[in-house]
Design a protein around this ligand. Structure first.
Ligand code: MGP
Length: 373
């Protein structure tokens, strides 16, 4: 069976793999460390947040997810983008934060392969009041992207604009998903991916080799976001551009930046790499990869100008919110390289604006009253 688009209101039930641990004694030993941090992973953990045991290792802590959602919404790679596709929805850590950045996205699509993990994500999204703001897809994200590109190609199959699949594909029970994908405008889509890193042993490497990341390496991820050769033929809009979706990739903090830089050709718009820190230590980095790698001179100039302006604005904001002493960046994150810019030093925990706090308090009150009922 192929990937499946869940109908509006359709929710997978929590099952025996979904847990809400309340006592240390119940928690498997290898996730006890994460359980101790549960309230910094999900601020509303106590309101019945559920996770599968394997989701604990990879879930993005809420303050980090919130900051990424904010950065992504204003990053130049997201200019003109209205649809966010989260390739590895997991237990909802990132996708909930995206859904909370209200109004920024017309559609947020979360894809998750594991049924129990998806059930947790939906349940958690409900806790955060954003269940209906997310379009849920159960299935393999590579399969979904393959279908996405099919709806964008020509060769008799191009269905961009809403036409649904016919013939063979209908037999896969995928026509609703194909209909959704066909209706997405290529130039409005942006991808976020927080893939598995192959377990906690990633920490043992001084520089993380992204070509060996398991089960999917960097190249496979990038390729999934690139229009396949066979779909390109005669496509009028691919004559100028290569059609690569802009991507924000959540990767180990010590990832080999040269491998990331090598994804875009020389002279293409720059990649931004931001290290996201908590309590002075980086948790992970996000590489913001532009989709317009074939941009002409004028477009590139415009992109760089936007980038410069947004970066200055962000730096100004950070000056007011970050602590006086910034932690030292990892050496490899500071090495000069022409193809990327690194930003560092976001001590996310103290970065809350008054508006955010007011919104949080409101949500907390709502949650408390619904929990008590
Ligand atoms: P961590 O492994 O807990 O390292 O992951 P850390 O911070 O050195 O542990 P500590 O001993 O200092 O507390 C840090 C962060 O990386 C986690 O909070 C997750 O957000 C993220 N992370 C870890 N893993 C193993 C994965 C993964 O496989 N995939 C993704 N997407 N994120 C991960």
């Amino acid at each position: 069976m192929g990937p499946k688009l869940l109908k509006k209101g359709e929710k997978f039930p929590l099952d025996e793999n979904c847990h809400h641990y309340t006592k240390l004694g119940e928690v498997p030993w290898d996730i006890q460390k994460y359980w101790h941090q549960r309230f910094s992973i999900f601020e509303f953990y106590a309101y019945d947040i559920h996770l599968t045991d394997s989701a604990w290792f990879g879930v993005t802590p809420e303050p980090v997810a919130t900051r990424i959602a904010r950065d992504l919404s204003t990053h130049p790679i997201a200019d003109g983008k209205r649809v966010l596709i989260d390739l590895f929805g997991g237990a909802g850590g990132n996708v909930i934060a995206f859904a909370l950045s209200s109004g920024r996205w017309d559609r947020i699509i979360a894809i998750e392969k594991d049924r129990s993990t998806l059930a947790c994500a939906q349940h958690n999204a409900e806790v955060y009041d954003v269940l209906d703001k997310i379009t849920w897809v159960h299935g393999d994200c590579f399969e979904v992207m393959k279908r996405f590109w099919k709806t964008k190609g020509t060769k008799g199959r191009g269905r961009e604009g809403g036409e649904v699949a016919t013939g063979q594909e209908q037999e896969d029970d995928n026509e609703e998903l194909d209909g959704l994908l066909a209706g997405l405008k290529l130039e409005e889509c942006l991808v976020f991916a927080s893939p598995p890193w192959g377990g906690v042993s990633y920490r043992d490497q001084e520089v993380f080799d992204l070509s060996k990341m398991e089960p999917y390496n960097l190249e496979q991820l990038y390729k999934a976001c690139t229009m396949p050769e066979e779909e390109k033929e005669e496509h009028p809009s691919t004559q100028k551009q290569k059609h690569i979706l802009p991507q924000a990739l959540f990767l180990p903090r010590q990832s080999d930046l040269n491998q990331i830089a090598a994804l875009v050709p020389e002279g293409a718009p720059k990649i931004d790499v931001i290290q996201y820190c908590q309590k002075g230590a980086s948790k992970a980095l996000v590489a913001y990869l532009p989709g317009n790698i074939d941009a002409d001179k004028e477009e590139k100039k415009q992109y760089e100008e936007n980038r410069g302006q947004k970066k200055r604005k962000q730096d100004d904001e950070q000056e007011q919110t970050i602590p006086e002493l910034l932690p030292e960046a990892p050496k490899e994150a500071l090495e000069a390289h022409d193809a990327y810019d690194t930003s560092y030093a976001q001590d996310i925990e103290i970065d809350t604006s008054k508006a955010d706090n007011a919104e949080k308090r409101k949500r907390k009150r709502r949650r408390r009253s619904s929990h008590n009922n």
